[in-house]
Write a protein that binds this ligand. Sequence first.
Ligand code: CA
Length: 234
Amino acid sequence: MTEPKNAAPAAGRVVLVVEDEAAIRDLIAFHLSREGFTVLEAEDGLSAVATWQRERPDLVLLDLMLPEMDGLAVCRAIRRQAMTPILMLTAKGEEADRVSGLDLGADDYMVKPFSPRELVARVRALLRRTAPDDELLRMGQLVMDRPAQRVTVSGQAVTLTLTEFSLLRCLLEHPGRVLSRRFLLQEVWGYDFFGDSRTVDVHIHHLREKLGDGAALVIETVRGAGYRLVGEEP
Ligand code: CA
C-alpha cells in the first residue's frame, strides 16, 4: 500500500496497543505491523502504564474497559507525565466515558467496531497532527519553510536570494544568541578563515530592508560582537 502524500511515515514509529480482548488486539497489531509500525501490546491497565513508562511509544491506542486499571486511569497516568498522543477505543454506549477521556487529554477516539483501515488512517493522522513542526521556523510574523525555501511575513511571500535565505535561517536557528560575523561567514558562505566580514553586513542590511517592520522581529547589531535576532513581543 503506498502512503498518501503527507502521511506521517510509519517506519520506526512505535504504537502501544492497550486492549484486553486478544482478538481485537491481534487484529490491530496485525494491521499496524503490516503498515510498518512497531507494535507493543498490553492487556490490562497496569501493564499498559508500565510498558508506556519503559518504552515511551509514539502513540497509545487505549481501550477504555480494561481489567486492573481502566482506560481513563491509564490516560490520566500518562497525561501526568507526557503529551504522548492517545487514541481511545470505546464501545457503543460509552459516550460519557468518551467525553471524560477527551477531558483527561485523550486526542481522539474510535467507536467499536471499526475498520482496521480507518484505524490505521486515524493513527497516521494523529501522528501527523501531533508531530513537532520542525520544518517551520517562526518568529514574530515571520514563518520560514526550510524544505520549500519559502519565507512569509504575515502570510505574504518575501523574495530572498539564496544567501539571504541561508543567513536568515542561521539567525532563526539561534534565536536570541549573538552570532559573530565569522560564525555567519562559516555557516552561510562556508569560508574557513578569510571571509570579508563586510559581506555579512551588506546582506544583513538587505535582509532588514526586505523583512521590513511588519515581521515583528529585529536583527540587532551587537557592537564588536555580531548580530542577534530577537522577536518583538506581540
Ligand atoms: Ca475492553
